[in-house]
Design a protein around this ligand. Structure first.
Ligand SMILES: [Zn+2]
Length: 158
């Protein structure tokens, strides 16, 4: 059998024979037997049908708020921690670390952007220069001063 490797961006109509049936040869070369079986179970519309979106949770195929609500209330949200749960766990682990309290407070202030950077002073209406004097390459914001500044690479290596 010759190789009929498909392009990654192939459209589904390239997988049909001229008569409108699945081109099994292309399937068997490019997909596992398991996938071929699954694909062949898909019911096909007529060739003249226009593509459309189908809400597969509803027998009619039409999306409805009522159906979505019914699906949503059945979803078990207790197994997946929310972002706020992760955040609480993160803070709890930070406060549990054996670090000087002033370091923990600094991290906490940096997280909420409560560091007195030039950018934050300007936000408060204080007329100061905006350029970070340490590098003169960007605005002195918390993110720049603590993470983005290229000069930090020198400090971190020492
Ligand atoms: Zn910088």
């Amino acid at each position: 059998m010759s190789m009929l490797v498909l392009d990654e961006d192939i459209m589904i109509d390239k997988l049909f024979t001229p008569l409108g049936n699945w081109d099994i040869k292309k399937f068997k070369v490019n997909f596992s037997n398991y996938d071929v079986e699954a694909i062949l179970k898909i019911l096909m519309g007529t060739k003249d049908m226009k593509d459309t979106f189908i809400w597969h949770f509803e027998r009619s195929g039409v999306y409805s708020i009522k159906n979505r609500y019914c699906l949503g209330k059945d979803v078990d949200t207790t197994t997946e921690p929310s972002y706020s749960t992760y955040k609480k766990l993160w803070w709890k682990s930070l406060w549990g670390l054996e670090l000087p309290l002033k370091i923990k407070i600094f991290i906490w202030r940096a997280f909420y952007d409560w560091i007195l950077t030039l950018a934050n002073l300007r936000k408060k209406g204080i007329k100061v220069d905006r350029i970070y004097p340490f590098c003169k390459a960007g605005e002195e914001s918390t993110v720049h001063a603590l993470w983005l500044c290229h000069n930090l690479k020198m400090i971190r290596k020492e």
